[in-house]
Design a protein around this ligand. Structure first.
Ligand SMILES: [Cu+2]
Length: 105
């Protein structure tokens, strides 16, 4: 290998390591039996949170002023990319006793 090729290979490895370290994760909150499970999730900025509605009727994921899924139909899901840090208490506007917390670090 020429030194230019070696440098290029080293750069490639460093790039892949950086990419792996910064890769965003996806977190799933299951909605089942009129509950969010888990009720509290902690994620990093840039992560995706998926709420999956396993109930046979609609729900919402609503944090007033921050995010709102609108109605998530039975057996459907809703994705949110957590770009803003903070602690967000949310509820289902159709069943206000259903509450959860999203913490974005
Ligand atoms: Cu609901």
């Amino acid at each position: 290998m020429t030194s230019a090729v070696r440098r290029l290979a080293a750069f490639g490895v460093a790039f892949l390591v950086t990419l792996a370290a910064s890769a965003a994760s996806t977190h799933v909150v299951v909605i089942d039996g009129v509950r969010f499970e888990p009720a509290s999730v902690t994620v990093k900025r840039g992560d995706t949170v998926v709420w999956r509605n396993d109930d046979p009727f609609p729900h919402t994921v609503t944090a007033r002023g921050a995010f709102d899924s609108g109605s998530i139909a039975a057996r459907q899901q809703w994705k949110y990319v957590a770009r803003k840090a903070g602690k967000f208490d949310y509820l289902c506007t159709l069943h206000p006793s259903m509450t959860g917390t999203l913490i974005v670090e």
